[in-house]
Each structure stands twice: as structure tokens, then as C-alpha cells.
Design a protein around this ligand. Structure first.
Ligand code: NAP
Ligand code: ZN
Length: 363
């Protein structure tokens, strides 16, 4: 067994300001990678500028990261970072900005490479990455994964390189600026990480330690998230839960619901967490070891898989996909056997087809 978690994590109010001096060790100039709007609205951009100015660290912004960032956007940002001669990269925002910052840090450190290197198995280093999450969902601030959109293949995939942030700065005050949809979708993503890690082929007692603790935290938020009546403490707990779930998948990876979600996000523009959450109850229903499922249910404080299903439906709504597209997604995923390895048992075509039918047809 192995437990490896090399990210220095701080979670507290005013975290960026409190730890500003520690940023100096990563260099004199930073590339700050964000989405287009949210960091300007939720206060994170202002907080970071104040901290960097105070420390005399120069910085430039690349604020064009789209949801489900593409290889092309990462390459464009890296070109800018190279021109500007930056020493480190700060990814601030949701999973999209943080994931992109890892891929960008890889290309800046290896200026002779192009975006094709993302999916090549070469032992390469990256510039240091600092992660500042403003959603609680992906856990990207503590994982070594960076998921990019590959337009040529009409899907999303984790890059081949494993890049842990050096430091993660979590301040849950930013989370309260996210609206209902973003909060609920990212909350569903957390559950995906916790459950898929717990029931993963690589699962052992180390990741289960993170998953079981995370599921207990998650269950305490079911009501506040459903009603969107969240206290400051709830937001802090949400932030912690997302991060712990990230630690769980760091040790295993994700499983079938994540693998199945990517086509749905690409073809139907369904946000990541929602696309995962739609499949989750059906994953629990077909999972071979129902004793393990019962253990999951007990941590989550749900009485049955049907209860999970009802809750997720009320949280996320439904997604309807045409019969032709369901068949297309099913055939493509059934052929992608590399993605099935996360499932500890042999997975039959009948079960897979059932998952697509049950999750994506409205009855
Ligand atoms: P996201 O795609 O990063 O962001 C979704 C939306 O939320 C964007 O419009 C963003 O606006 C906005 N937003 C972010 N923070 C906000 C805040 N505090 N207040 C208001 N709006 C805010 O969503 P995400 O679910 O966090 O990340 C999803 C991505 O992460 C996917 O690409 C997924 O594949 C990946 N992922 C990675 C891992 C991993 O281990 N690395 C794990 C799971 C998922 P702006 O664009 O204006 O910033
Ligand atoms: Zn996810």
C-alpha cells in the first residue's frame, strides 16, 4: 500500500494573505491562470493581487480558461507564460482553471514541446503550481490530474503527466458566490470521487480512510445544499469535503461514472459534476459487491440506493438523451476497455447498456 500526498494544504479564512510570504520561494514572477469572470466577482483576484504586491512578486494574468479546458487553450496560455518569463503558475478558480494551470506549467518548463506532449509518456518536470480553488468539487488542488478536452477525439481525458500542486490555499468564502447550479453540480462531483474511489479496483484502506471520512462529511451537507441554506460553517465543511475526496481519487483514480460522463459533457454540454452524478446511483445499483455498497450507504446515511437516486434527481434534475445517442455512447464506452479497469469485476455489456438506459432516458 502507498499513501503519497505531497501538497501543502492550508484551509482557513484569508488564507492567501496569511501565507503570502511562502509564495516567494517559488520565484519572482507568476502566471495567474483563471476563468473569464468569476475570480473578479468572488474576490479571489483582488486577494491574490494584494498578496503578490505585498511580497514584490510580479505577475501576469491569463484569464481565458473555458469550462472543460482544451489542449489548445493550455498551449496558448503557455506561449504567453514563456514570453513573459514566469517562474511559477497559480491556478485560481474551479477545476478547469486549476487543471489547465498544471498543463500550462508543464509546457512552460519544456519550451521545445507542443500540446501533443500532454498525452505522451515522457518523464518531464513542470514549473511549480499553486492551486487556489473557488469551487468545492474537483479536488484538483490536491490531485496530480489535469483533464483536458481533446476536440479531435470529441472527448476529455486526463493528461499523461502527474503534476501535484506545491501548495493549495483554500478559503471557503469564495464558494458562497457560486450559484445554485454550480454548487449542486460540484457537490455531486464530490460524491462521485468519494464513492468511485471507495469502490475502485485499486481501493485499499488508505484511500478508504479518506473516502469514508469524506462521505460522513458529505452526508451532513445533504440538506443545506438541497435547500441552498448554507452557513459559513457549511461552506467550510464543503471545502474540506471536496479536498478530502480529491485525496481519495489521488490514490485510485475515478471509475465508471466519470468515464461515462465525458461523452455527455462533450456532446450535450452537461457540466462535469452533473454528468457524473446522473450515472452514480445506477453504478451503485449494478455494483457486484452489494455489501460494499451497503457500507457506502451507511457512511452517507442513506437507507437504500433508491434514496440516493431520489436525492440526486432532486439535486440535479434529469438529463434526456436520444435513443441513438445513448446507443452511440454505450458502444463507444463498451469498446474503451482501458476505462473499465477501474471496475474490480468484469463488467457485462448488458449492465453497461442498462446504466445508459436508466440514467439517460426520462420515464
Ligand atoms: P469549472 O469548469 O472550473 O467552473 C464552472 C463555472 O463556475 C465557471 O463558469 C466558473 O466561472 C464558475 N465559478 C468558479 N468559481 C466560482 C465562484 N466562486 N463563484 C461563482 N462562479 C464560479 O467547474 P468545476 O466543476 O470546478 O471543474 C470542472 C473541471 O474539473 C472539469 O474539466 C473536470 O473534468 C475537471 N476535474 C478535474 C479533477 C482533477 O482531479 N483534476 C477532478 C474532477 C474534475 P469562470 O470561468 O468565470 O471562472
Ligand atoms: Zn469529477
Amino acid at each position: 500500500m502507498k499513501f503519497y500526498m505531497p501538497v501543502l494544504v492550508y484551509q482557513e479564512e484569508n488564507v492567501i494573505w496569511n501565507h503570502r510570504e511562502e509564495l516567494r520561494q517559488y520565484g519572482k514572477k507568476a502566471l495567474v491562470v483563471t476563468g473569464r469572470h468569476s475570480s473578479k466577482v468572488n474576490g479571489s483576484q483582488k486577494d491574490l493581487e494584494a498578496a503578490l504586491d505585498d511580497q514584490g512578486i510580479k505577475y501576469v494574468f491569463f484569464s481565458e480558461i473555458e469550462e472543460n479546458p482544451s489542449m489548445e487553450t493550455a498551449e496558448k496560455a503557455a506561449e504567453y507564460g514563456k514570453q513573459e518569463g514566469v517562474d511559477f503558475v497559480i491556478g485560481m478558480g474551479g477545476g478547469s482553471a486549476m487543471d489547465a494551470s498544471k498543463a500550462i506549467a508543464l509546457l512552460i518548463k519544456n519550451p521545445e514541446e507542443t500540446k501533443e506532449v500532454f498525452y505522451q509518456n515522457k518523464p518531464l518536470l513542470a514549473l511549480p503550481v499553486i492551486a487556489i480553488p473557488t469551487t468545492a468539487g474537483t479536488g484538483s488542488e490536491v490531485t496530480p490530474y489535469a483533464i483536458l478536452t481533446i476536440h479531435e477525439k470529441r472527448t476529455k481525458k486526463s493528461i499523461s503527466h502527474r503534476i501535484f500542486p506545491k501548495m493549495a490555499l483554500l478559503d471557503s468564502k469564495y464558494l458562497s458566490y457560486a450559484g445554485e447550479k454550480i454548487t449542486k453540480n460540484t457537490y455531486a462531483d464530490i460524491l462521485g470521487h468519494l464513492v468511485e474511489s471507495f469502490l475502485h479496483a485499486k481501493s485499499d484502506s488508505y484511500n478508504r480512510m479518506c473516502s469514508s471520512y469524506g462521505m460522513k462529511l458529505w452526508s451532513k451537507l445533504c440538506q443545506p445544499v438541497a435547500s441552498m441554506e448554507m452557513t459559513k460553517e457549511d461552506y467550510a465543511r464543503l471545502s474540506e469535503t471536496g479536498m478530502i475526496a480529491g485525496m481519495a481519487i489521488t490514490h485510485t483514480g475515478t471509475s465508471l461514472p466519470h468515464g461515462m460522463s465525458y461523452a455527455l459533457t462533450y456532446e450535450y454540454q452537461i457540466p462535469h459534476g452533473k454528468a457524473v452524478g446522473i450515472f452514480l446511483p445506477f453504478f451503485l445499483a449494478i455494483y457486484e459487491d452489494q455489501e460494499a455498497v451497503n457500507e457506502v450507504l451507511s457512511y452517507l446515511d442513506f437507507g437504500s440506493v433508491e434514496e440516493v437516486s431520489e436525492y440526486m434527481k432532486s439535486l440535479l434534475g434529469k438529463v434526456e438523451v436520444s435513443h441513438e445517442d445513448r446507443e452511440r455512447f454505450f458502444h463507444s464506452f463498451a469498446a474503451d476497455t482501458a476505462r473499465h479497469k477501474a471496475y474490480p469485476y468484469s463488467i457485462g455489456e448488458k449492465q453497461l447498456r442498462e446504466m445508459y438506459e436508466d440514467a439517460l432516458s426520462v420515464r
